[in-house]
Design a protein around this ligand. Structure first.
Ligand SMILES: [Fe+2]
Length: 475
């Protein structure tokens, strides 16, 4: 629980940016088949200005270096799920710019973030993930316990200057929330709850503690980490980038919420409704058919199979809508898949892309179905490259079993996301997204205006993102 108890509110007498003339998310919610909780009923549309964004923040090494000092070494950031490191000695590596962290499960069951560098001559202690009983440097054999305390100093007579009881590996702060592990390298940082602020209230409805990872994959993208992240906090690029989605994705209907002075934002992208650009030319049945055809990844690839199990193509009755029928089908499909009651979920939570972003590296979707988590961070100190990862989470099986988290699959040279067959039609969608990014990074270096333009409403989250970044850079 948090001590912040109110959902975010906007000051009433401030100007607001333009709004789309299309049906709003709130209007769709008026017709939801289930009672809509307050968490979906607020919208925060703030005028954050219209100045072009300076391209230097995406391409300059000097700007990157400031980000490392003022952001990556100061803020809470997502590093892994608890189920990736279930047993003592299990660890993953989290590299950020030049900093190397080991996220380690200790004998007491706690999770620690230990510096992954030998305090003798600076060799990385671990270069692969797994389970260990100690951390032993391969160079000379200096060793640490898995809680970071010094275990063994070889030829100790030669190191009279080292006080072994204090020769522990440096640590970052750790906080576990909803099954997600976060670290903060700054020993004087604010608490996680304070950093996350009012967003915690929203998530009282969505508990991911027992979610399991069924896929985790990633690759290197030839674009700045912010360019990459920005491609996932607006939905209207679907028009040009993902045209196959237009029949069931309300791109221009999307609600974008920016929370002043806080470190998070969100969007709600309606699904099961056609894009306003084609809404006059498409029937409800065509929306539904298209959804099943191209959105089959919505329950780990099983949704369409479950819906069509009896060999029947679902039909939209004359007095219903594709959105209502899809949501009803989803309640049945999820209950069947997970063996638990799913009846109370709103149409919105079952269908829409309700996506939260917590600065700087955590993008996550709310609701009961398959949930994607995105993470983007710099690769080393190269402002032209980033590490992009996707976790796919699902509800835990009803029998209480805890499937082992799969190993991270890293795309190899020449591979695309479409080569990851278990994510089905999601792979080609990511390929469409990532195809843009290197060309943005290249293009920015040649942009004669030296500043990029942002839509006042549909790209307001991007402006908000940069205002969060600016606040941290100014500290
Ligand atoms: Fe996209």
């Amino acid at each position: 629980m948090t001590d912040v108890q109110v959902s975010p509110q906007r000051a009433s007498d401030e100007p607001t940016p333009p709004m789309s003339p299309a049906t709003s998310v709130q209007e769709f919610l008026d017709h939801d088949a289930r009672p809509v909780p307050p968490v979906l009923r607020y919208s925060i549309n703030e005028d954050l200005g219209s100045e072009p964004l300076d391209v230097e923040r995406f391409i300059s090494r000097e700007f990157h270096d400031r980000e490392v000092e003022k952001v990556w070494r100061k803020v809470w950031q997502f590093v892994c799920r608890v189920d990736e490191i279930p047993e003592a000695g299990d660890h993953i590596m989290y590299d950020i710019a030049d900093d190397k962290w080991l996220i380690m499960r200790t004998n007491s069951g706690d999770i620690k973030a230990l510096s992954n560098v030998c305090l003798h001559r600076g060799r990385a202690l671990r270069t692969e993930e797994g389970r260990v009983s100690e951390l032993r440097c391969p160079f000379h054999g200096f060793s640490w316990n898995i809680d970071g305390t010094s275990k063994f100093i070889p030829c100790q007579w030669d190191f009279p200057q080292i006080d072994q009881p204090t020769f522990s590996l440096p640590e970052a702060k750790v906080h576990v929330w909803n099954g997600f592990v976060f670290i903060n390298p700054d020993p004087d940082c604010e608490s996680f709850d304070s950093y996350v602020g009012t967003m915690l209230n929203d998530w009282e409805r969505w508990n991911y503690d027992d979610r399991v990872i069924y896929s985790h994959f990633g690759g290197i993208i030839n674009a700045n980490w912010k360019i990459t992240g920005e491609a996932f906090i607006e939905g209207w690029h679907s028009l040009a980038t993902h045209p196959q989605m237009m029949e069931w994705l309300g791109d221009e209907n999307t609600q974008y919420d920016v929370i002043p002075e806080e470190n998070w934002s969100r969007q709600i992208v309606p699904q099961g409704v056609p894009s306003p650009t084609i809404a006059n030319h498409i029937s409800e049945q065509e929306v539904l058919d298209s959804y099943y055809e191209t959105r089959a990844f919505y329950t780990a690839g099983k949704g369409r199979d479950l819906a069509m199990e009896n060999g029947q193509t679902p039909r939209v009755p004359a007095d219903s809508t594709a959105r209502r029928e899809l949501a009803a089908e989803m309640r049945v499909a999820l209950a069947k898949q997970f063996g638990t009651d799913q009846d109370h979920w709103t149409d919105s939570e079952l269908l829409d892309g309700i996506q939260y972003f917590l600065f700087p590296n955590f993008y996550f979707f709310a609701g009961p179905r398959t949930n994607a988590i995105y993470r983007f961070r710099p690769l080393g100190n190269d402002p032209d490259k980033c590490i992009a990862e996707v976790y796919l989470l699902a509800q835990a099986p009803a029998d209480g079993s805890k499937p082992k988290a799969p190993k991270t699959r890293w795309l190899q040279p020449g591979e695309t996301f479409s080569d990851i067959t278990e994510i089905g039609l999601l792979g080609p969608v990511f390929d469409q997204d990532y195809a843009n990014l290197p060309h943005i990074q290249d293009g920015l270096k040649s942009l004669k205006t030296k500043g990029i333009q942002l839509g006042r409403y549909q790209e307001n989250r991007i402006r908000h993102y940069h205002q969060i970044l600016d606040r941290w850079l100014a500290k």
